[in-house]
Design a protein around this ligand. Structure first.
Ligand SMILES: *Cc1c(COP(=O)(O)O)cnc(C)c1O
Length: 368
């Protein structure tokens, strides 16, 4: 057992490590979120003392009082970002400060405390350094970091908790959807909404996902892979696909225009979404953020103005949409195949993340 001291963290490493052989075995086709590394970080918060010193410790179960308010009233937020092996042997995370910032926006909406961004990033750096052997080296693979915060005060009164726990753990990730980048079929949900104005749509909170699962189940019942969410008020503007942001590609008299729904407060402001908007402009495409209705989607396809649709997020990077279905009909996008614009954007983003293209934006953070 080794003890070391960082600015905000103490380190207590596992006394027995997984053998190289066993680790290799677990890292072969890890899928998404099923294999976890050997350590995790926990940091406690109380209203009186603020954030205490954190602890990097062996990965394992948490002890929670059954009255912990997270279990009843759902104050729970999370984040997701990735660390990538670099050609020079170093490891870098992609835009971790953007995730730290969004974590705090989610915290604010759920009446939870702010976690200083440098603690968020230091916790990730320390965990990655400790479990560096778990960072996959192949392009398309990465180490997924999962930070979360829950309300831990044992009190049944309905009010913001006075105590919280920050937890960070990591999981080696192959590609998110098994079978590689295969275009998905989506179900346009008219029975359920993900987020309403004034609600928590922009926050990465656990409750948003809990409320979405029934729609995902319905989509699968309709033979689809994923749900497409519409706005809660008009039930006609496209918002997101499952837990990913969505993009459409238009051919407007020879110009390639990449369009994504504008952020209205009911959409999750994805870091991948933001990065793709920037990369699209650099690749010479036009990029727009605006409202897009389901009717426009269908009409633009019919008129041949829309050439591709795809979704994006940290976990799966870019996922092409091949078919869309609703109660009123169905249509095919780009013959059900991955389009050239989605492929180009995916490659451009992966190249920056894996250190195969220059990081002109300062997006990559050296773990050290
Ligand atoms: C996390 C998430 C996204 C994607 O955000 P990234 O920062 O790109 O990973 C999109 N939509 C929802 C609902 C999400 O939870």
């Amino acid at each position: 057992m080794a003890l070391a001291v960082l600015t905000h963290l103490d380190i207590r490493t596992a006394s027995e490590r997984v053998s190289d052989e066993e680790r290799q075995l677990r890292m072969t086709n890890p899928g998404f979120g099923k294999v976890f590394t050997e350590h995790m970080v926990t940091i406690r918060y109380t209203d009186e003392k603020g954030w205490e010193r954190g602890l990097l410790q062996p990965y394992g179960p948490l002890m929670l009082d059954p009255a912990s308010s997270v279990l009843h009233y759902g104050q729970a937020i999370f984040e997701g970002f990735k660390a990538y092996h670099q050609p020079d042997g170093s490891v870098k995370t992609f835009r971790p400060f953007a995730n730290a910032q969004r974590f705090n926006q989610s915290a604010e909406r759920l009446a939870m405390p702010q976690l200083p961004e440098e603690i968020f990033v230091e916790a990730a750096d320390a965990l990655i350094r400790e479990d560096r052997a778990w960072v996959p080296t192949a392009v398309g693979e990465s180490l997924y970091l999962r930070p979360l915060m829950i309300a831990t005060e044992a009190a049944l009164g309905v009010k913001p908790s006075h105590e919280y726990l920050f937890v960070l753990f990591a999981s080696p990730a192959g590609s998110y959807f098994s079978g590689g980048v295969k275009p998905v079929t989506v179900w346009i949900s008219e029975d359920y909404v993900r987020a309403a104005p004034g609600g928590t749509g922009f926050a990465k909170c656990a409750g948003n996902y809990a409320a979405s699962l029934i729609a995902q189940k319905q989509a699968q019942g309709e033979g689809c892979d994923q749900v497409v969410w519409l706005d809660a008020v008009h039930r006609k503007y496209i918002e997101e696909m499952g837990g990913m942001n969505i993009f459409f590609v238009y051919n407007e008299s020879g110009r390639t225009v990449v369009v994504t729904p504008e952020l209205t407060g009911t959409l999750l402001p994805g870091v991948t979404r933001r990065s793709i908007l920037e990369l699209a402009r650099e690749l010479g495409f036009d990029a727009e953020e605006r409202k897009i209705s389901v009717d426009e989607w269908g009409a633009a396809l019919k008129e041949g103005r829309m050439t591709e649709a795809f979704a994006c997020g940290t976990a799966a990077v870019i996922t092409p949409i091949g078919h869309a279905k609703s109660k009123h009909g169905e249509w095919t996008v780009n013959g059900g195949r991955t389009g050239p614009v989605a492929a180009k954007l995916r490659e451009a983003l992966l190249n920056v993340q894996h250190g195969l293209a220059p990081d002109t934006h300062g997006w990559m953070h050296e773990v050290g």
